[in-house]
Ligand binder design. Structure first.
Ligand code: UTP
Length: 298
């Protein structure tokens, strides 16, 4: 039996994805494939394996393919059966995940903080998980860090738990960075800053796309003014929680886990290559092709 107290997750997927143009002109970045599956399917599968039962997508314009992707498609199933393509049916197994899906719209893209605020009437007084729809945790979404974060939340009763990952110093300006109060796998956060320069960055610990929040975050977001890029930044709202004397805790991804950020082409390409090379059927052959490629003088 699942006695985990937090079983609700919010996945914001309303962003424009401008860093991935032209690929994202008319399709959501969360639907870009990494290996065989779209990014957001990995996110949902990870949440399900971490005990989540209800998912609220915060969507926006041009995002309806995400909703379609998680519907049952009886017509397609029938066509595969009647067309003698039963061997493809397991590819639709994910439709049977024991999850309930809900949808809300962020009508204007005013930033991640504002997207989370769109979940308020859904989560009400309950704590909840936030998982960014453009980031996969662990190869093939194997991460169990959300379960660790939920346990930490239940035991320590903070206002917020964030997943963090060490990033190279030259990359800190791409992430929300935390200042730890002590070292360790689980630690108090004393400050955070969104996309700092290398000089102003308090550490190289980047927020890794997963959060657990008490409802106090809504009040903090509502009191947060637009920051970087004129957007309401979730990091700024968490900072406000700290300022109000609330507890914020960081949980490090285990060393063998990595956050695959599908928000820019460099890390999207890297993620695609790694997932494809590890594909059980196609990976071994692909490795040979890549080796040949790399040894060719071009
Ligand atoms: P990003 O910070 O990468 O922003 O979003 P973006 O707008 O999607 O991308 P760029 O900067 O234009 O390339 C992180 C996650 O938060 C969601 C995105 O959909 C993504 O999953 N998001 C962001 C929203 O839901 N609403 C927003 O207003 C901004």
């Amino acid at each position: 039996m699942n006695d985990q107290t937090i079983q609700t997750a919010v996945i914001p997927v309303a962003g424009f994805g401008t860093r991935l143009l032209p690929a994202t002109k008319s399709q959501p970045k969360e639907m870009l494939p990494v290996g065989k599956k779209p990014v957001v399917q990995y996110v949902v599968e990870e949440l399900e394996s971490n005990g989540i039962k209800q998912i609220l997508f915060v969507t926006g314009r041009n995002k309806t393919s995400i909703e379609d992707h998680f519907d049952f498609d009886y017509e397609l199933t029938r066509r595969l059966r009647e067309g003698g393509k039963e061997e493809l049916l397991p590819e639709l197994e994910y439709e049977r995940m024991r999850l309930e899906f809900f949808y809300s719209r962020q009508r204007r893209q005013k930033g991640l903080g504002d997207a989370v605020l769109c979940a308020q009437h859904f989560t009400k007084e309950r704590p909840f998980v936030v998982a960014l729809g453009d980031s996969i945790l662990g190869l093939n979404a194997s991460s169990q860090v959300v379960s660790t974060m939920i346990r930490t939340f239940e035991e320590e009763k903070p206002a917020c738990v964030v997943a963090v990952e060490e990033v190279p110093e030259q990359s800190v300006s791409q992430y929300g960075i935390v200042q730890p109060g002590s070292r360790g796998a689980v630690f108090p956060v004393v400050d955070l800053i969104e996309k700092p320069s290398r000089e102003e960055s308090p550490s190289n610990l980047a927020i890794a796309a997963r959060y657990v929040f008490a409802p106090a975050i809504y009040e903090a977001i509502s009191s947060t003014r637009p920051g970087k890029n004129q957007e309401i930044q979730l990091t700024d709202a968490i900072r406000l929680l700290l300022k109000n004397g609330e507890k914020v805790i960081g949980v490090c991804l285990p060393p063998e886990e990595h956050r695959y950020d599908i928000g820019n082409f460099q890390s999207y390409f890297e993620a695609f290559i790694e997932f494809a090379l590890n594909d059980p059927q196609l990976g071994p052959k692909l490795r040979e092709s890549v080796r040949e490629f790399l040894h060719e003088d071009r």
